[in-house]
Write a protein that binds this ligand. Structure first.
Ligand code: GLC
Ligand code: CA
Length: 539
């Protein structure tokens, strides 16, 4: 089951950087690749005083009109001048690799920008050689749209093109027309994009909405979702449908196998995919005998109520459904979701960090979550995210995209200009520098967890088994390995809990999320203080 040498994407901790918001090197208020270069030591300088992540995933930095902040790509093989240029990207790869950090970039295959030359050409006329590269359809006889599908960002998924007299298809903004992946030329051109970056040394791709690439060949209407919450925005057609025909079609598996065949021509590369399905459908994305995605993102913990039992069940179900070749992974935050610390509170965010970094599987850590950053406060007139602009300010993803908090200096050290989104108000007292100097801070906890994890075979590759704890508010589990076991006990409540771990889990507390406790466990009972997690080296 375990390979002899565990690949880097199983051992590593992935750190997601939203480049606009990480570090601005040239005072235009927008983070850039040079800024990331400046902060590599923060991410990993090889000592326990740095975060210690060994994989970074950078959200899109390609030339883009930024209608969806870079997820509308106008050129797949370049860098937007806002973020830098290819030479800086190459330096970033080189410098990261020198530090043992792998680089994953975003691959956005489902749609281009409407400014992409391919779309410009496709739109020019019905007889354009690239007409079939996108999804063009006639109006129905009564002039209406080809089907009832909606856009994730509100409104219908079809836009009328006056010039050429047809509708084109987009499940995001109308500025994000969707490629026709049934067209072999599109496949070839998009494979060339993978080669372009693989040759530049990138270690893997995070494939954006990868299960959207193939739609039902007949574009049949989706049925209504009778369980849609009545509170949905009136424009949210997408939310009111069941997605039987627009995504997760069987044929997409063949495309994923093709991507893998490209990646497998290079040494040691990794394919991650963004997917939202229930376990039986989700697990198919590992492919047969592991010829699919290495890591189909597992977002289940983002949507599971933050209670010990529910989380235990989510983890146990995932472990149970994995094929022998399938490696688990866990995500607790990203650029599309509200901040974890706002959802579960700052005290539980520490418990969550211990969970994420001690479960079996590859963790993805979203920038700023290591500081316990909370949702940014975005006045309604400053909302930037197209989702917030179209589906209501309460849906804006801006809250999770505010500038990284570096120092107590001007604009938290993020920029010397005007930041594109406001910096958190409490930055003078809460930032990476202050937390670095506080041995009990969230940052100190995350560093410690990463340091221990990278040095413990049980945490890296040991088996996982949930343990009875005798308390409904606690989740405990064992990570076993021939070199020694670890137990983890997490208190999801704000009350202290007495738990009784099985004898197999007795040992020595080596880390408390409160960072104030190391002790030999005697007796049968273990006291977990409010919101406390313990990492125990088993005797
Ligand atoms: C993915 C991205 C999201 C983007 C969308 C369209 O869900 O994570 O940020 O808006 O795809 O590309
Ligand atoms: Ca900049």
């Amino acid at each position: 089951m375990l390979t002899q040498r565990q690949p880097w994407w199983q051992k590593g901790v992935i750190y997601q950087i939203y480049p606009r918001s990480f570090m601005d090197s040239n005072a235009d208020g927008i983070g850039d690749l040079q800024g990331i270069l400046q902060k590599l030591d923060y991410l990993n300088d090889g000592t326990p005083d740095s975060l210690g992540v060994d994989v970074i995933w950078i959200s899109p930095f390609y030339p883009s009109p930024m209608a969806d902040f870079g997820y509308d790509v106008a050129d797949y093989c370049d860098v937007d001048p806002l973020f830098g240029d290819l030479a800086i990207f190459d330096r970033l790869v080189e410098e990261s690799h020198r530090r043992g950090i792998k680089i994953i970039i975003d691959y956005v295959p489902n749609h281009t920008s409407d400014r992409h030359p391919w779309f410009q050409e496709s739109r020019a006329s019905r007889s354009s050689p690239k007409r079939d590269w996108y999804l063009w359809r006639d109006a129905r006889p009564d002039g209406s749209m080809p089907n009832n599908w909606g856009s994730v960002f509100g409104g219908p998924a079809w836009t009328w093109d006056e010039g050429s007299g047809q509708f084109y298809f987009h499940q995001f903004l109308k500025e994000q027309p969707e490629l026709n992946w049934r067209n072999p030329e599109v496949r070839a051109a998009m494979q060339d994009v993978l080669h372009f970056w693989l040759r530049r040394g990138v270690d893997g791709f995070r494939m954006d909405v990868v299960a959207f690439l193939i739609k039902d060949a007949e574009l049949r209407d989706n049925p209504p979702n009778l369980n849609a919450p009545p509170s949905l925005h009136p424009g949210d057609l997408f939310g009111r449908q069941l997605h039987h025909y627009n995504e997760d079609q069987d044929e997409v598996q063949e495309l994923i196998r093709e991507f893998r065949r490209v990646l497998d021509q290079y040494e040691d590369r990794c394919a991650i995919g963004e997917l939202f399905y229930e376990l039986p459908r989700w697990v198919r994305y590992y492919g047969e005998n592991g010829n699919g995605l290495h890591l189909p993102f597992n977002f289940r913990l983002l949507h599971t109520p933050w209670q010990a039992d529910a989380i235990r069940q989510s983890v146990d179900e995932l472990e149970a459904v994995l094929p022998p070749f399938g490696w688990p992974n866990y995500v607790l935050g990203n650029h599309d979701q509200p901040r974890l610390a706002s959802r579960i509170g700052s005290a539980q965010a520490r418990v969550a960090a211990m969970l994420l970094l001690t479960l079996r599987g590859t963790p993805t850590l979203y920038y700023g979550d290591e500081l316990g950053m909370v949702n940014g406060v975005i006045p309604p007139d400053l909302v930037q995210d197209p989702q917030g602009l179209r589906l209501g300010a309460e849906r804006t993803r801006d809250v999770a995209r505010t500038p990284m908090l570096w120092t107590a200096g001007v604009q938290a050290g993020f920029t010397t200009g005007d930041p594109w989104l406001p910096v958190a108000a409490d930055y003078t007292t809460n930032n990476a520098t202050v937390q670095s100097q506080d041995p009990r801070s969230m940052l100190s906890l995350v560093r410690k967890l990463l340091w221990l994890r990278q040095r413990s075979p049980a945490l890296l590759e040991g088996t996982y088994r949930s343990l009875p704890s005798g308390s409904e508010a606690c989740f405990a589990y064992l990570r076993s390995h021939p070199s020694g076991d670890y137990a983890v006990a997490l208190n999801f409540s704000a009350q202290e809990q007495h738990i009784a771990l099985p004898a197999a889990a007795k040992g020595h507390v080596i880390l408390s999320t409160h960072l104030d406790r190391e002790e030999e466990l005697s007796g049968k009972d273990l006291l977990l203080r409010a919101n406390e997690g313990l990492l125990i080296k088993v005797r």
